[in-house]
Design a protein around this ligand. Structure first.
Ligand SMILES: *Cc1c(COP(=O)(O)O)cnc(C)c1O
Length: 410
């Protein structure tokens, strides 16, 4: 008899967004005329920009002619894209990363979920709380946690609380951890970490032989010149960190799919015989065995992001979203919310300041203002009482949503 992977039964009912979807659908069914404004899910709304679309079209055309047709591409990604990434995202910022250390993929969700495959089963894994749910759920599926403890925590994971008191930067854990997920600019809190804060983590990782899994999906939203875009801008990080980047939020590729992971060639972890072994060949083996590359037109479109025209267009779209973030921040502060994030990241993280739980606020906003946000508790127990607004909505809908919140009776 075939055996099932029982770890899946440990997963908690409904990934956050299906539960939001369910409540919204139910409300819409009862109130068909309600014009609901969705500021919950972290998906972009603005289309791919003209220069990037043109490159995408050119890629499609090339596929139609025998002279330029392409079959399987290199699994790691085309050189033209990896070289553009290495130069623009790393070398131009003083981070010594080379094209052959970059693995182009179809998403950071998949990469952050798959990366643990190259690590042994006995690692102690730590993650921020609140957190991007993918890191937790994929750890559970892979049997890297114990049972669900019933209060938002899984046995076996180390939770690093991020709250207003610590400025949403977790304290260095007292217990030694082997692997730590860090995400900056952060989803869900929209907060960032400066060089001194990240340096503490890199130093900890060097001292304890910990691997940092650094998710910088939102780096393009950083405007403060003091905030690092990459973990590799921190001295020593190449010895301890893997970095995940995505074109999803940078350039509206959520539906187009293109991302990349950086594994420095000299990054090592311990093998069971006690010797240090490089991680690069393992991920290389995994990637080339289980993945056949991102489609050529998509990689061609992604490379256009790094041209002067592409950069200008991408910047304009990001400015559009960040103007929304500014309106959200200012309006919510005026309404008495405690407001965090939204300056170097597209998410605004708020506490209502009114002693209500995250899901209660969700229902209140849905029922009384027809506005959908994301309950902070859905991202982890330390998110209770908080709420996330996304600036990826359209400008008009942000204004309308904030006007409706202004009319709420508390
Ligand atoms: C959106 C997001 C990603 C990007 O995922 P893709 O699969 O590349 O679309 C990665 N990490 C975080 C924290 C995100 O919010």
């Amino acid at each position: 008899m075939a055996q099932i992977n029982d770890n899946y039964f440990k997963l908690q009912a409904g990934y956050l967004f299906p539960e939001i979807g369910r409540r919204v659908r139910e409300f819409q069914k009862e109130h068909p005329q309600a014009d609901i404004i969705k500021m919950g899910i972290g998906d972009v709304t603005q289309p791919l920009t003209p220069f990037i679309i043109r490159a995408f079209h050119e890629g499609v055309e090339e596929m139609s002619k025998i002279e330029t047709f392409k079959g399987y591409g290199p699994e790691q990604g085309y050189d033209f894209l990896r070289e553009a990434i290495a130069k623009n995202d790393y070398q131009n910022r003083g981070a010594d990363i080379h094209a052959d250390e970059i693995f182009v993929s179809d998403g950071s969700k998949c990469d952050t979920g798959n990366i643990l495959e190259i690590f042994g089963m006995n690692n102690v894994i730590a993650m921020q709380d609140p957190v991007y749910p993918v890191y937790v759920d994929t750890s559970v599926m892979a049997g890297r946690t114990g049972e669900y403890l019933g209060n938002g925590y899984y046995d076996g994971l180390v939770y690093l609380p991020c709250n207003a008191e610590n400025g949403f930067i977790p304290e260095i854990p007292k217990k030694k951890v082997d692997i730590v997920f860090l995400c900056y600019p952060n989803n869900p809190t929209g907060t960032t970490a400066g060089k001194p804060e990240l340096k503490k983590w890199v130093d900890y990782a060097i001292k304890n032989k910990t691997i940092i899994l650094y998710d910088s999906a939102y780096e393009a939203y950083i405007s403060d010149p003091e905030i690092p875009h990459s973990i590799y801008e921190i001295e020593g990080a190449k010895k301890v960190a893997i970095e995940f980047r995505s074109f999803s939020k940078t350039a509206g590729f959520t539906g187009t799919r293109c991302a990349y992971t950086v594994i420095p060639k000299n990054l090592v972890a311990s093998s069971s015989d006690g010797s240090d072994k490089p991680l690069y060949p393992l991920w290389f083996r995994r990637h080339t065995t289980k993945f056949n590359g991102v489609s050529y037109p998509v990689q061609k479109a992604a490379a256009a992001i790094f041209t002067p025209e592409g950069k200008k267009e991408v910047r304009a779209t990001i400015n559009y979203y960040m103007n929304n973030a500014k309106i959200l921040r200012e309006s919510l502060a005026k309404l008495g919310f405690h407001v965090f994030g939204g300056v170097n990241a597209p998410y605004v993280w708020v506490n209502s300041g009114r002693q209500i739980k995250s899901w209660e606020l969700f229902d209140k906003l849905l029922h009384e203002a027809y506005v959908v946000g994301t309950p902070g508790s859905g991202f982890g127990p330390s998110g209770e009482g908080y709420f996330r607004f996304s600036s990826f909505a359209t400008h008009e809908s942000v204004l309308k949503a904030m006007e409706r919140l202004g009319n709420l009776k508390w």
